[in-house]
Design a protein around this ligand. Sequence first.
Ligand code: SF4
Ligand code: SF4
Length: 428
Amino acid sequence: MSKTDALPGFHLLAKPTGAACNLGCKYCFFLSKKDLYPGSNFRMSDEILESYICQYIEAQKIPQVTIAWQGGEPTLMGLEFFRRSIQYQQKHKRQKMTFQNTMQTNGTLLDDEWCEFFHKNNFLIGLSLDGPRELHDAYRVDKAGKPTFDKVMGAAKLLRRHKVDFNILTTVHAANADHPLEVYRFLRDEVKASFIQFIPIVERDNETGFQEGDRVTDRSVKAEQYGHFLIDIFDEWVHRDVGRVFVQIFDVALAAWAGVPPGICAFSQTCGTAMAMEHNGDMYSCDHFVEPKFLLGNIGDRSMTDLANSRKQRKFGRDKLDTLPEYCLQCEVRFACNGECPKNRFIKTPEGEPGLNYLCTGYREFFRHIDGPMRFMANELRLGGAPANIMNYMKTGQISRVIFKPGRNDPCPCGSGLKFKKCHGKAG
Ligand code: SF4
Ligand code: SF4
């Protein structure tokens, strides 16, 4: 592969402890990946660390480099490991390069020293928290089955005290899916989270731990349930929190309505530019496909850039689009959904075609529900306004005028006094 054929850039989730974690969250899809490396100590060596940083920097086309740490639980590596990783970033960086390190953590091992380090080195932390105590502790327990809520809340406090930027990552599952507002208000008002990411738990029920079979565990969220979860939170958010609380799926949807790329793989047409790397340097097509079938190779044997640009990986990424069933191709919200992640595509369409997303019903309902407000906010963006203006509009009680788009010659529902076609109906 020549350099000019190379991908414009790619992301890598590095898993320095592989699947090793100090907790035993009941729905975790990654714990079983330990079986892929029998006898391993699940600790990334210094040699792999330096090779990873050096090759990753080499592969970057832009000066802003994001280094993403994930697990298992990355803090099990100890602080020294991450100090060395910063030294290697400095050692191998090219002129004008800046680094953003991100880390997804359960937070239970954090202390002042970790947080000082995060602050000093500009880390962005993703903290896993599933809602108020009883909803969080339903599945997020330690190895002995004990609750973890207090420790995670302690971590959020520490991160805030040390002024470390952090997002909350909340999985949506059987225990919390029927409590959307309780979860959202808790994260917004008590945790004071400004950035929230919801991840639906769709956990396959099989012996392998791979993305196989069409049964899901009882812990999984149901499709309609997930749709309603998002809708209830959206309705609260669009009335009072736009511009001050950022919910990833709402941002992604707004991007789709505004006609710009969504920025996350699950809702993009194709994927394949976000790979995962195990503790020993093995690179896989994706974090959700750490399976022998999706092993690309080891960065000690072949360069990371070659692996990322391999035919196998390109096909993996294109398959997201190429395997969409006709039902999706005809769907009016496909521009926002794009069939979501292939890992969840294991049910049949009403016509019996395989490959439909398990969460389809929920996504369809959600994306249809938000159409009106999204049109409004996308228009605001096109006209150089702020999406947050939607909140004034919602206050007028004319929500029905937003959802059922006004005629071109109707007065614009924003109250400007202009015709709709001359105001918010102007662009797009
Ligand atoms: S398989 Fe899913 S999670 Fe993996 S890169 Fe594709 S869309 Fe993203
Ligand atoms: S909502 Fe359903 S049919 Fe439409 S694109 Fe998404 S998965 Fe496909």
